[in-house]
Design a protein around this ligand. Structure first.
Ligand code: MLT
Length: 209
């Protein structure tokens, strides 16, 4: 679907009470990639899946980078704000509550940037293979916002110190961070699905009256 400001797909859920997920793909992916994962992690939840607007040698991404792991931070800020505006548009269009982001790699990084820049837009985030997106983030209040970070122990792209730094940054801002490290690399594994499903289930049951 090309209406609204970003190409996206919307899959309405059949459980109105389930928090919707905002799905954000990795480099070279698109809005179709994470729909099966989102459906498995949050059965019955509405899924809003977006395509990144930046092209790197034809591969969609959510912001420009200068090299692997070296980000154009002005572009990170601009694109995170654009994406946050899109989420607000889509919430109106589809009558949605604030979503929990489920991002992988570059998608996890833009989700982390949105948490730091536009925290009110997200109800929480599941960040699979995420890095610090901004070296000097603004002061932000994440007051109890639930965030799951899942890192790979042998990830060749993300050093453990970097994902740890992200966890500390979000925690210091007040987020309720659960940081897990799996014995895997950068690719997603079955264990990611299990960890994310359990985290989400616990969070939703805590949220029940
Ligand atoms: C990024 O550029 O966001 C990270 O290096 C992860 C990636 O997309 O490969």
């Amino acid at each position: 679907m090309t209406e609204l400001s970003h190409i996206h797909r919307f899959a309405p859920g059949n459980r109105r009470e389930a928090t919707p997920l905002l799905l954000l793909h990795g480099t070279g992916g698109d809005e179709n990639d994470l729909l099966p994962l989102g459906g498995a992690i949050a059965p019955g939840a509405s899924l809003l899946s977006v395509r990144g607007k930046v092209l790197e040698h034809g591969m969609p991404r959510f912001f420009r980078r200068l090299a692997e792991g070296v980000f154009d931070e002005d572009d990170v800020i601009r694109r995170a704000n654009e994406l946050a505006d899109f989420v607000l548009e889509a919430r109106q269009r589809y009558d949605l509550a604030a979503p929990i982001a489920l991002g992988y790699s570059n998608g996890a990084n833009i989700a982390a940037a949105m948490l730091l820049l536009r925290p009110e837009v997200l109800a929480g985030a599941m960040l699979l293979r995420a890095m610090v997106p901004l070296s000097k983030p603004p002061k932000v209040d994440l007051a109890g916002k639930p965030v799951l970070i899942v890192s790979g122990q042998s990830d060749p792209i993300i050093p453990p110190s970097n994902s740890q730094r992200l966890a500390t940054m979000l925690e210091k801002a007040g987020a309720a961070v659960d940081h897990r490290t799996l014995p895997v690399g950068h690719q997603l594994s079955q264990a990611d699905l299990t960890v994310a499903s359990q985290w989400l289930e616990t969070r939703q049951s805590l949220a029940l009256p």
